[in-house]
Design a protein around this ligand. Structure first.
Ligand code: NAD
Length: 337
């Protein structure tokens, strides 16, 4: 906190629709008098022969401010490119990815009362980046699971369940098939669960969880789900689908020191620069960020204005079957503040 009562937060606007949705957040925060000074940084990778590297200035900014808000970053497909998102998660050791999905009144989907929380292990699993050619036509990808990283994200899941008052933590896994890797994640969970006698604990197979959730998601409202990286990536997008898609879902990447909040969606090149993007996902991520910083009344005020605007249903973006532009939707939220 600075002498003027404000907090400095690093802002990575990102690619594609990133600048448009970022502008919306900045305008709404200014209108809501949120005590945040944005520090914009560029994370365009520095050219090097080694692994993808983020400019030092950006790294120092996040380390100094401890909290960052981030728009989507485009990852070029092909050899030799490590995803910048992965690089950020590794650089700051952001081991847990929290992804809540809550139904929004005013946007009708097959289920009205979805309220899921999914925590994804963010540093290893199939996303460890260990892939190689065995012989021509045969490649191998190594799924790395360590007790240390599992324990860390599992303990966080139990603490998170306590903090948001959900009674149960559930591990989602495939230990029936991946007996050693998912097996280690599961046994580690059983051990960590003993440290949290006030939180119920159980486990479920991934395929069964998918089937059950799309059949009836409401039993999952009392649960914090936690799982290895790849499963979390996929299952969280499925949860997003239950409430109306990627334009609506926020996330937080949490580490021991720094945290980076971001929308789940990508840079949406198909609609970039057209004033069509839905900024709600980044806005809800910024609300999570304010809560994380303990700025609950500001979080609540902005959250309420977003929910009211969607519930009213008059000014919605195209992905929510409306015809409002990004800035019209932003202005509708500002009017509610
Ligand atoms: P995407 O999420 O960018 O787009 C998928 C679909 O959802 C598109 O039709 C898009 O128009 C729509 N969409 C996404 N966000 C929206 C929003 N806010 N409002 C309205 N519609 C929205 O996924 P993609 O096309 O697979 O990926 C594009 C790029 O983004 C790739 O380079 C990918 O690597 C990157 N990406 C980045 C992140 C991140 O930074 N966290 C996450 C996912 C993908």
């Amino acid at each position: 906190k600075k002498a003027n009562g404000k907090y400095t937060v690093t802002f990575i606007e990102g690619d594609g629709i990133g600048p448009e949705v970022s502008k919306s957040v900045k305008q709404i925060f200014a209108a809501a008098d949120a005590p945040i000074d944005w520090e914009p940084v560029d994370v365009t990778p520095i050219a090097s022969d080694g692994p993808t590297a983020i400019p030092d200035e950006a790294i120092q900014s996040v380390r100094r401010n401890l909290v960052a808000l981030k728009g989507p970053l485009a990852t070029p497909v092909g050899e030799g490119h490590v995803s910048l998102n992965l690089t950020l998660r590794r650089t700051f050791n952001l081991f847990a990815n929290v992804r809540p999905c809550r139904s929004l009144q005013g946007y009708k989907t097959p289920y009205d009362n979805v309220d899921t929380v999914l925590i994804r292990e963010n540093t290893e699993g199939e996303y460890s980046g260990i892939e190689h050619i065995v012989v021509d036509g045969v490649v191998q990808c190594i799924k790395l699971i360590t007790r240390e990283a599992s324990e860390r994200v599992l303990r966080f899941a139990f603490q998170y369940a306590q903090s948001i008052r959900k009674p149960r933590v559930r591990v989602v896994h495939k230990a029936t098939i991946m007996k050693m890797s998912d097996g280690l994640f599961l046994t580690t969970a059983q051990n960590v669960a003993k440290e949290f006698p006030d939180i119920e604990f159980d486990s479920e197979l991934l395929d069964n969880a998918c089937l059950k959730m799309v059949t009836d998601p409401t039993p999952y409202n009392d649960i914090v789900m936690v799982m290895p990286n790849l499963y979390g990536d996929i299952l969280s997008d499925m949860c997003a689908g239950l409430i109306g898609g990627l334009g609506l879902t926020p996330s937080g990447n949490i580490g021991d020191e720094c945290s980076i909040f971001e929308a789940v969606h990508g840079s949406a090149p198909d609609i970039a620069g057209k004033n069509l993007a839905n900024p709600t996902a980044l806005l809800l991520s910024s609300v999570m960020m304010l809560q994380h910083m303990g700025l609950n009344s500001h979080a609540e005020r902005i959250h309420r204005a977003i929910l009211q605007t969607i519930a009213e249903g008059k000014t919605l973006t195209g992905d929510l079957r409306g015809n409002a532009k990004t800035d019209e939707y932003t202005n509708a939220i500002i009017e509610k503040l």
